[in-house]
Design a protein around this ligand. Sequence first.
Ligand code: NAD
Length: 380
Amino acid sequence: MKKFNITIAGGGSTYTPGIVLMLAEESYRFPVEEIKLYDNLASRQEPIGKAMEIMMKEQHPEIKFSYTTDPEEAFTNIDFVFAHIRVGLYAMRELDEKIPLKYDVVGQETCGPGGIAYGMRSIAGVLEILDYMEKYSPDAWMLNYSNPAAIVAEATRRLRPNSRIINICDMPVALENIMANILNLESRKEMIVKYYGLNHFGWWTSITDKAGKDLMPELKAFVKEKGYAKETEDYQHRAQSWKDTYLMAKDVYALDPETVLKYYLLQDEVVEHSNKEYTRANEVMDSREKEVFDTAKGIIEKGSAEGYTFAVGAHATFIVDLACALAFNTKERMLLIVPNNGAISNFDPEAMVEIPCLVGSNGPEPLAVGKIPEFQNIPI
Ligand code: NAD
């Protein structure tokens, strides 16, 4: 069986160690020959790269591993790029959140003024990586989950319409994991979902089990009482701010049973409950970022990863599902951000919408959604 060469762009990201370990764990179904990390900032790449080099040599010597800040080295002879970059790091995310809040407007990394600012920063970075990939490995696929995914996807549609890039977000996956947990299912893959929206602004319209049984009534009864407040395996969603968001789904549900659009429908409440001095960026810098870089430092100082762990990015297996679908033509049904092109019949054909697609070796085939209701169709 062919083994694949992968470059992780944003190699100094807090998510990188977890993705590398997840890839090693999933190699029974997605065989990996080589993993390369690439970041454009040596001060981020060096500690994460060095620590992972030590850990991989000890725990997964069968996988070739390296890290670099040199684009040619990073993007030559690869099959896939997994991209999760944050242009401006958390320092800029902090401003994206705090400047709008100063004016009593929602401060958030993917929507509102903060989302626009982050989008403007991210576009050039994502295009740069795509261009490197096309220059050095023109047959490779770029699986992009850098945020703000909706804006980045729109930029790639306009500026690189023929490129082999697929934009995907973990948020629907994370919520479906919680739904499956609420419904006492072993996995979200036991659910057949119908869904449409813009990224981070979407609606599930039908959820059944594989035999066709409607699971919505049970799910709605739970959300009505408790939102999505249920234990989650997703490491980043265990923080207090995420718990608050999941609980708030209950209030949004009371307004409009189909939505989770707290930033639109409950703007004032969100602003009221925000700490203008300490936002999500601060929460991450004080927790995940600190933990990941402290662990990396410990491994490097000891020269061994014995006694050290990074959280394995188990929830990120959706990226492997996507890579497998492209590599092995599995036709798996996945929610992707793609040009509408008539899939939602009464919505802008050029909009980048998040809808179910079947994914095979030629890329995503979007499924028809049909006509959507007036409220969700308001142009924004
Ligand atoms: P982070 O700040 O820890 O890491 C991002 C890394 O990207 C940094 O090391 C930075 O130097 C690097 N970088 C920035 N510009 C670059 C460029 N042009 N080329 C190469 N590297 C570059 O951030 P994080 O919290 O790990 O998040 C990374 C990204 O992943 C964010 O955009 C985040 O929103 C996104 N994310 C997406 C999903 C999803 O499923 N859509 C889920 C989680 C995180």
